[in-house]
Ligand binder design. Structure first.
Ligand SMILES: [Zn+2]
Ligand SMILES: [Zn+2]
Length: 412
C-alpha cells in the first residue's frame, strides 16, 4: 500500500477534474459506499472457493464475532446499495459513478498492487446493449480526455445461463484431455473454476489455451444479438477494438459483455468492465441488469507518465505575503483572507523569522509580487508592495490593497 504524496497532486487533480467532467457529460450521478462491508457479501459474490477468501480479502473480526472485509469490489457494494435503498424507484436505469479505494491481498511480485483506486461508472436497471455501449464510451472518453494515446479495447461476450453451460463443458473436456500439459494451479482449477485456466500465465498452459474452443461458437441467439449490437456501437464511435475470445469473467455472475482497455506500454489493463445481471440474486433479489466499467487510476497515471503526458501545473500562487513581528501576523491573516476571498491566491511562510529568509522563499517559488507587512505598516494602515523582478517597492493604503494587487496581476 502506498501514500499519495503532494508531488503527485497534479495527476490526481487531473483525474478528479476529468472524471467529474466526463460523469456530468454522460449524466452519471455520484455514489459512495463504505470501505468496510460484511465479508459474507463479497465471499458469496466473489464466486471464489472458501479457502481463497482469506488469501484475497482483508478481513476484520469484530467483538461480536462478525467478519467484515475491506473494500474488495466496489461494483458489488454499489449494487448492494441500489437494492437496499430501492433506487430503482427513483430512476430507471440508474447511472452512477464513484471513486473508491480497492484493497486486495496479492502475491508479491505479481505486478499487481494491494491498494489502488477505482473510478467506476455503473448502470443498473436496464439490460439493453446500448447501456453496455454507454459504459464503454464513458470509460473511453475519460481515457481520451487524459490524452492517452493508442488505446485498444479488448472485448468478448461471456454468454448467459442458457448458452454458457455447454461451452463450459466443452472447455472442461478440452482441458481434461490435456491434463498432463497443465501447471499445478490449473490442474486444481480444472474442476472448480475452469474459466480461470484461460488467464494462466505459464508458457505451457498458454499453448493449451491457444487450442481451446471459443465461446463465440456457442452463444445463444440473444447473446449473439446483444454482442453484435455492442460491437456496432463501438464501431460507430470509432473505438479501435480487438475481439478477445479468452476474456471471460472468473465468477458466475458475469455475463455477456466483458471488456478491457489497454495501452501498449503496460501489461495490465488501464480499465475494465462488463455486465453482471446475475449478481443481484446473491442479495436475494431478482436478476437485475447491471453493467460497470472502471478505471484503475494508478495504472492510468502510470500509463500517462510512460506516454510523456504532463498535467498542466496548478495555477501558481501570484502573491507572497512577508510578515514581520507578532502584531503584523494578525493583521496579515485578515488581509490575506480578503485577497483570497477576491480570488487572489496567496502564500506565506510566516514561520520563517527573518525578512531575508521569507523573500528567498518567494524567489524560489518564482512569485512576481510580494507584500510586506511589519509593525510600522500595521500602525499606519499601509502595506508595502514589492515587484520581485525589479525590486521596486511602493507603500500603499491597506484598504486599497485588493484593488492594487488585482491591477498589477492583470497587467502582467
Ligand atoms: Zn446466451
Ligand atoms: Zn496454468
Amino acid at each position: 500500500m502506498a501514500d499519495i504524496l503532494p508531488k503527485e497532486q497534479e495527476w490526481w487533480k487531473l483525474v478528479w477534474q476529468l472524471g467529474n467532467a466526463t460523469s456530468e457529460l454522460h449524466d452519471f450521478n455520484f455514489i459512495e459506499t463504505p470501505i468496510i462491508e460484511e465479508a459474507g457479501m463479497f465471499e458469496e459474490a466473489a464466486g471464489i472457493a472458501k479457502e481463497l477468501v482469506e488469501k484475497e480479502l482483508f478481513l476484520l473480526k469484530t467483538k461480536e464475532k462478525k467478519t467484515l472485509a475491506l473494500s474488495f469490489c466496489p461494483k458489488i457494494s454499489v449494487l448492494r446499495s441500489y437494492l437496499e435503498h430501492r433506487l430503482a424507484y427513483f430512476s430507471s436505469p440508474l447511472k452512477v459513478f464513484y471513486l473508491t479505494p480497492v484493497l486486495k491481498k496479492v502475491r508479491a511480485g505479481s505486478g499487481s498492487i494491494r491498494e489502488f483506486h477505482e473510478w467506476g461508472f455503473q448502470i443498473m436497471g436496464e439490460g439493453d446493449p446500448i447501456y453496455d455501449g454507454e459504459i464503454i464510451l464513458a470509460v473511453y472518453d475519460f481515457l481520451k480526455g487524459l490524452r492517452l494515446k493508442q488505446l485498444t479495447l479488448k472485448i468478448n461476450s461471456a454468454g448467459c445461463r442458457v448458452c454458457r453451460p455447454a461451452f463450459r463443458q466443452k472447455i472442461k473436456t478440452h482441458y481434461r484431455n490435456e491434463r498432463e500439459r497443465l501447471c499445478k494451479s490449473c490442474e486444481r482449477n480444472l474442476e472448480t473454476n475452469v474459466f480461470a485456466l484461460l488467464h494462466c500465465e505459464e508458457a505451457k498452459c498458454k499453448e493449451v489455451i491457444a487450442e481451446a474452443p471459443i465461446i463465440l461458437d456457442y452463444l445463444c441467439q440473444n447473446c449473439n444479438n446483444h454482442f453484435k449490437s455492442v460491437l456496432e456501437l463501438v464501431e460507430d464511435n470509432e473505438i479501435a477494438y480487438e475481439p478477445d475470445a479468452h476474456l471471460l469473467p472468473v465468477n458466475d455472475y458475469g455475463m455477456r459483455t466483458t471488456f478491457e482497455f489497454f495501452v501498449s506500454e503496460l501489461r495490465l489493463p488501464v480499465a475494465r468492465g462488463g455486465r453482471f445481471d446475475y449478481l443481484a440474486e446473491i442479495f436475494g433479489g431478482r436478476i437485475t441488469p447491471s453493467v460497470n466499467g472502471a478505471l484503475h487510476i494508478e495504472q492510468v497515471i502510470e500509463a500517462m507518465k510512460l506516454q510523456g503526458i504532463v498535467p498542466h501545473p496548478r495555477t501558481k500562487p501570484r502573491v507572497f505575503f512577508v510578515v514581520l513581528g507578532d502584531q503584523a501576523k494578525k493583521s496579515a491573516l485578515r488581509l490575506m483572507n480578503k485577497l483570497r476571498s477576491c480570488g487572489v491566491a496567496v502564500v506565506e511562510v510566516v514561520g520563517k523569522k527573518t525578512l531575508k529568509a521569507q523573500l528567498k522563499s518567494a524567489e524560489r517559488m518564482n512569485i512576481s509580487l510580494a507584500l510586506l507587512l511589519g509593525q510600522k505598516e500595521v500602525f499606519e494602515g499601509t502595506v508595502i508592495i514589492r515587484d520581485m523582478t525589479s525590486g521596486a517597492q511602493e507603500t500603499i493604503l491597506a484598504e486599497k490593497l485588493v484593488e492594487e494587487v488585482k491591477r498589477r496581476i492583470n497587467s502582467k
